[in-house]
Design a protein around this ligand. Structure first.
Ligand SMILES: Nc1ncnc2c1ncn2[C@@H]1O[C@H](COP(=O)(O)OP(=O)(O)OP(=O)(O)O)[C@@H](O)[C@H]1O
Length: 421
């Protein structure tokens, strides 16, 4: 967490949350996030919101790689201390990123130390054009504004249409996104409640950052993030038929074996792609697969994902125990192979119409049976023998080194699919 001492010139920064409350599109669209603008409070001028070097609430870890040479700078908002959001100018100074709070005077002028301007943009332009350091104690000259990437979008370009669902940190909406040039596209918007903790916000941003790297027919595509104001938003392709789990449950007994196999094949396509990208998903389950308007399956929910090869996670907090591999349950190790195990549970969910795995067992009981007794769920009633064999002989194998990988799993499922033609 950024502390007050991380900032040079930390004398009463601009409280961004309060000064940026005038965004009409959010006020009028996202229920529950409405806040009244406070007319008596000075507002950060619109020129900053539109400024290319304004990056909104991006985490510090994302800022530092952007500043490459001395004089590179960008503007962002940050939590200087819990509950206090301020504007900070991040500048590369003598090889290191430094962060300067923007201050506001009694008569609503903006300044770093001694030069005052009516708008932040003018203040930055002054320091840039006059080559005046923003702090007397250090040579912080503003040379190159670093533009935010095109996937950073403005709240103003999102118009909410209706609610689609409820996520862990906020609601998910159907929305219209105006992508410059007056072109409107339909998107799903995942929001994050403004009261979410800093950790939750970082997790949200991480999901966006990870998903943005991937492009596959069976992986939900992220289009951009809006982080300038609350609620934070992540825009992604919309999947009109919602979560796979709900579909399986709603249509229990009516989904034929061919469609179930297709779901398994498509999930394996998305997951084999992620395996090639070395992305560990960590939360593969029917609740985290979505269905497009054409009923294509898309892997979603990257909140827990990581692109490291092996993750040792001590917390095991609020984790979905019944989807975890034995090595995760015992040693808290996540890997591409623990994703394969969870994929097995997803196959099981698909063939059992969305039943709860290890039904009738608590998490503690399921864990004990899997780890100590080598228990494996029986193949769901009606599932083809080949599916049962795949689960029991290849996927739910105790030793991750002996467990099948996703690419081979995909191949096997495609072979089964070919036989149905
Ligand atoms: N791209 C999308 N298109 C259509 N509906 C979606 C989309 N993304 C999410 N939803 C809907 O919103 C619900 C919640 O989304 P999601 O599961 O991603 O949130 P979450 O915060 O990750 O929740 P959790 O962590 O509890 O799984 C989904 O079950 C689904 O109904």
């Amino acid at each position: 967490m950024a502390s007050q001492s991380d900032f040079v010139s930390a004398t009463g920064g601009v409280d961004v949350d309060r000064s940026m409350m005038n965004n009409k599109s959010i006020k009028s669209t996202v229920a529950g996030s409405q806040r009244e603008p406070q007319a008596d409070r000075p507002s950060i001028t619109g020129d900053i919101r539109g400024a290319d070097y304004y990056h909104g609430l991006i985490p510090r870890s994302d800022v530092e790689p952007l500043l490459k040479k001395d004089g590179d700078f960008l503007l962002r908002k940050t939590e200087a201390k819990p509950g206090m959001i301020v504007l900070a100018l991040s500048v590369k100074v003598e090889g290191k990123p430094k962060h300067f709070m923007i201050n506001m005077s009694e008569n609503s002028q903006f300044y770093f130390e001694s030069h005052y301007e009516k708008t932040i943009h003018r203040l930055i332009t002054y320091h840039m054009s006059k080559k005046v350091s923003v702090a007397s104690s250090t040579p912080a000259y503003l040379k190159r504004p670093i533009e935010r990437s095109p996937w950073m979008i403005n709240h103003d370009s999102i118009v909410i249409v209706k609610k689609l669902g409820e996520g862990a940190f906020g609601e998910v909406f159907l929305a219209e996104f105006e992508s410059g040039k007056g072109r409107k596209i339909e998107v799903a918007v995942k929001t994050m409640r403004s009261e979410a903790t800093r950790d939750a916000r970082l997790k949200f941003m991480k999901e966006a950052r990870l998903m943005r790297k991937y492009s596959h027919k069976h992986v939900v595509k992220i289009l951009g993030v809006a982080v300038h104001e609350h609620p934070l938003m992540l825009t992604m392709e919309v999947c009109h038929n919602g979560a796979l789990l709900s579909y399986l449950r709603k249509n229990a007994g009516k989904i034929d074996l061919r469609e179930k196999l297709r779901f398994c094949v498509e999930a394996s396509d998305g997951l084999a792609y992620l395996e090639k990208k070395q992305c560990i998903h960590r939360d593969i389950a029917a609740r985290n697969c979505l269905l497009s308007s054409k009923m294509e399956l898309k892997i979603s929910d990257f909140g827990m994902s990581d692109d490291r090869s092996i993750i040792h996670d001590d917390t095991l907090n609020k984790v979905p125990v019944k989807w975890l591999a034995p090595e995760t349950l015992t040693d808290k190790i996540y890997s591409l192979k623990s994703d394969v195990w969870a994929f097995g549970v997803l196959i099981w969910e698909i063939y059992s119409d969305g039943s709860e795995p290890y039904k009738g067992m608590s998490n503690v009981q399921a864990r004990a049976k899997v780890v100590s007794q080598g228990y494996r769920m029986p193949s769901p009633a009606g599932a083809p023998k080949e599916i049962g064999d795949l689960l029991h002989q290849k996927i739910w194998v105790k030793n991750p080194a002996e467990r099948i990988d996703m690419t081979k799993c995909q191949k096997k499922l495609h072979e089964m699919w070919e036989k149905t033609k």
